[in-house]
Ligand binder design. Structure first.
Ligand code: COA
Length: 292
């Protein structure tokens, strides 16, 4: 057994940030390079942690340099191979430069997670055109820029590209017209890339989280306990999801077990999207039942 393998087996328990991914073979992403936008916090960072735990080199790209530094230190303390790229996904040139640095310093890119997103609640009638544009630009243009910048240099066949979507892509939500329009665009963009780049062995999929605990989105959209309780009561599994559960799904999609999956959207929401079909009468009846 090599020194590296011996080291790994002895210290592996110290490297694990969660037990969630233990159902997968160890070092599932050894020798892979993963580029993540929105990688400094939230779902993007949770996926980076999971991928690093499985031995991928991770490149965290995001707008907030301080947040990226903190995330890097946190991952490096668990001996991850981590690089940071402070950038705005709305700026194509900065993405091109980051990809070039990655190629020189780390290697060709295998996995891409487009998790950078913007959101704030506002009625369409009071939203400025610039506010609408900000979210469209971050979500749709930013996802296109990311995928377009990495495309010429993806290791192929085998590359896996994932965008983080939302239920907004298919269901209208009041005060979220910008996000609904943006996420619908992101999902069709990924499906189109799946068609165009599939012949080269590049897979493109979306993940649709539901209400996920401890994320910026939840802090903005469900800021009070009352709103959170009401939201939780409408989820069939009666709890919010975790970032680690989304990371496990991303890990699966980047593994060989998903080799024939492309152009798909995976919903990971505890059944939340199903509960919208429940009539208000059914909701009221259920609320009146003991133990509900
Ligand atoms: N309500 C109404 N309008 C808002 C707003 C809010 N809460 N926040 C920003 N805007 C508008 C601004 O007023 C501005 O429009 P204006 O020029 O007509 O005044 C426009 O959006 C751009 O604002 P700016 O501050 O320049 O934002 P930005 O370009 O840096 O974009 C946002 C960032 C707006 C998306 C911001 O909400 C953000 O970065 N959020 C953090 C990420 C996040 O929400 N993640 C969770 C995703 S689920």
């Amino acid at each position: 057994m090599s020194f590296r393998s011996r080291f790994y087996f002895i210290f592996k328990p110290l490297l694990c940030s969660s037990r969630m991914t233990n159902v997968f073979r160890e070092r599932l992403l050894a020798n892979k390079v993963a580029f993540l936008t929105g990688g400094g916090s939230g779902i993007g960072l949770a996926i980076a942690e999971c991928f690093a735990e499985h031995d991928a080199a991770v490149i965290l790209a995001g707008r907030n340099a301080q947040r990226l530094e903190t995330a890097k230190a946190q991952l490096e303390s668990r001996r991850a191979k981590v690089y940071i790229e402070p950038l705005d996904v709305r700026n194509y040139q900065s993405l091109e430069s980051a990809v070039e640095r990655t190629r020189q310093n780390v290697g060709e890119i295998d996995l891409v997670i487009a998790a950078a997103a913007g959101n704030f609640p506002a009625p369409a009638s009071a939203m400025s055109p610039n506010g609408f544009k900000a979210v469209i630009d971050i979500d749709v243009l930013g996802t296109f820029n990311t995928m377009r910048a990495v495309y010429p240099h993806l290791r192929r066949p085998g590359a896996s590209l994932i965008a983080i979507s939302a239920a907004h892509a298919t269901v209208p939500f009041a005060y979220q017209s910008h996000v609904c329009a943006a996420k619908a665009g992101v999902e069709l963009l990924l499906k189109t890339l799946a068609v165009e780049w599939g012949p080269e062995g590049i897979r493109c999929n979306c993940i649709t989280p539901g209400a996920t605990a401890d994320t910026e989105g939840m802090r903005r959209l469900a800021p009070t306990t009352e709103i959170q309780d009401r939201a939780r009561a409408r989820i069939p599994l009666r709890r919010f999801g975790t970032k680690e559960e989304l990371a496990s799904l991303a890990l699966f999609l980047c593994s060989d077990a998903a080799a024939y999956i492309t152009g798909a959207t995976f919903v990971c929401d505890g059944g939340q999207s199903l509960s919208r079909s429940e009539s208000s009468f059914a909701s009221a009846w259920r609320a009146a039942q003991p133990g509900q």
